[in-house]
Design a binder for this molecule. Structure first.
Ligand code: AHR
Length: 502
């Protein structure tokens, strides 16, 4: 197959917000306990944080981390997780039928974010709790001093405010699985009032309202319209969540699933803009895609119900080469919408459907999906560019007809990074990229790709580097880039230029 791409740094989608490379730490399974926090581990620091996980988080290039849930937050009392650890209550976590010891809470999380050099993003409980508790948490976290809550934070070891800027107003509040599920009218009214109180405490914060918990929900679209009609003026973002998985014998559809993510984003942008128009508002609503990933959900359908364990092994997916390619496709979809999607969080960071896996007392390693994320966060900076892509079309059962080549580009201070996915199961693509407006002095700085003769290959504790990015052989012919892109692959090609007018 052949494909042709035209790139010109003048054609800009928007600035890429670093928050596009976010992740998510939930009190679920072994994400917190045994993931980021394991006091008995030989590599734990004096606070019980695993140093190996901190190092991998930095290497991954994560920008912002959402916490403490997820479904967990809808029954969470944030006060349980602050103050002397010995006095913290052990509680039932109804979301995951687990026991929560509260040994890890807000201070420990903020401490971890500082060490991991990421920005904290907090969610308030709008399932079982309401306006007062949400405002209290903002006051506890962000008010400097002189009030009961801010002085409590100071007594608990943090004299300086945490300065948390990004806040989620609950989680997936339309879901029947959510403790405290609400109708769109109920949730929209609550989000507006909780958000108002939170911004009265700290006007510098930014708020994310819950969108539908998925594009497949029967209320999708109407939910966003109703919630935003109530809360438009107070919130800054609406959330999107999406998980995809391979279905037996249908790799072609799985590889096309980023096209569904792309369409999902388009639908939510349209809905936001409809509400904006009705309200004659000047304010564009931004999108926070704060849960996305591959999740092999059908693997768990026959599992017995868990019964009140502490930190059980839940949804610890082992990822394959094909999964990594699809994750690369999701990153391309997010980059292509960088003008409206300015926060995104891969769910989750450690052990739970995660790029990083750990064993208790043992190693931490990079799953296959670690690699496309690390490459995108490293090279996907600056401005996202519009591309002209001319590629053959492939038919898929689930997502219809999609281009065989998925592509995005980032341009940053003379550096052009191309991100490419070949969705074909068996055919390479001979790619030629016309480089316009980049001057004469162009060179290839990097070409890495993820592909393997075995698309099911993955990494494990014993073989942590079975799948790693390989070096490619892209070449330049004047102002044309030539590369062969293998089937089922994710590639990054980085070009630098000293010429041109950019
Ligand atoms: O990430 C796992 C779970 O998926 C989250 O807790 C929830 O928000 C979503 O349904």
């Amino acid at each position: 197959m052949r494909a042709r791409v035209v790139v010109d740094p003048d054609f800009c989608v928007g600035e890429i917000d670093r928050r596009l490379y976010g992740s998510f730490v939930e009190h679920m399974g072994r994400c917190v306990y045994g993931g980021v926090f394991e006091p008995d581990h030989p590599l734990a620091d004096e606070s019980g944080l695993r140093r190996d996980v901190i190092e991998l988080t930095r290497e991954l290039g994560v920008s912002v981390v959402r916490y403490p849930g997820g479904n967990f937050v809808s029954g969470y009392r944030w006060e349980d997780g602050v103050g002397p650890v010995a006095g913290r209550p052990t509680r039932l976590d109804l979301a995951w039928k687990s026991v929560e010891t509260n040994a890890f809470g807000l201070h420990e999380f903020v401490d971890w974010t500082r060490r991991a050099q990421v920005e904290p993003m907090l969610a308030v409980n709008l399932g079982t709790r309401g306006v007062q508790e949400a405002a209290d948490l903002v006051e506890y976290a962000n008010h400097p001093s002189g009030t009961e809550l801010s002085e409590r934070r100071r007594r608990n070891g943090s004299p300086d405010p945490f300065g948390v800027k990004l806040w989620c107003l609950g989680n997936e509040m339309d879901g029947p699985w959510q403790v405290g599920q609400k109708s769109a009218e109920e949730y929209g009214a609550l989000a507006a009032e909780a958000g108002k109180a939170m911004k009265l405490v700290d006007p510098t914060i930014q708020l994310v309202a819950c969108g539908s918990s998925g594009r497949g929900m029967s209320t999708f679209g109407a939910w966003e319209r109703t919630v935003l009609s109530r809360a438009y003026d107070v919130v800054d973002y609406i959330s999107l969540h999406a998980y995809y998985e391979p279905h037996a014998g249908d790799l072609a559809s799985f590889l096309a699933s980023p096209a569904d993510m792309d369409a999902f984003i388009g639908d939510v942008v349209a809905t936001c803009d409809h509400v904006k128009a009705v309200r004659r508002s000047d304010k564009p609503m931004m999108l926070s895609f704060d849960e996305w990933n591959v999740w092999h959900q059908t693997d768990y359908h026959d599992q017995p119900e868990r019964d009140w364990e502490h930190a059980p092994r839940l949804i610890e997916d082992t990822y394959s080469v094909a999964d990594a390619v699809v994750v690369g496709g999701f990153l391309i979809a997010l980059l292509s919408h960088a003008d409206r999607v300015t926060v995104a969080c891969q769910a989750q960071l450690v052990n739970i459907i995660a790029p990083i896996r750990t064993e208790p007392g043992g190693p931490a390693w990079r799953q296959t999906i670690f690699h496309p994320f690390a490459l995108a966060s490293r090279y996907g900076t600056g401005r996202s560019l519009h591309l002209s892509v001319d590629a053959p079309l492939l038919d898929t059962d689930r997502y219809g007809r999609v281009p065989a080549l998925q592509a995005a580009a980032a341009f940053d201070d003379g550096q052009l990074s191309l991100f490419l996915v070949n969705r074909s199961i068996d055919e390479p693509i001979d790619l030629s990229v016309a480089l316009r407006g980049m001057g004469e002095d162009i060179s290839i700085a990097e070409h890495r790709f993820i592909a393997d003769a075995d698309v099911h290959a993955g990494n494990s504790a014993d073989h942590p580097d079975r799948v790693v990015p390989r070096r490619g052989t892209a070449r330049l012919d004047g102002n044309t880039l030539q590369a062969t892109v293998p089937p089922v692959s994710f590639s990054v090609i980085v070009l630098t230029t000293r010429g041109g007018h950019h």
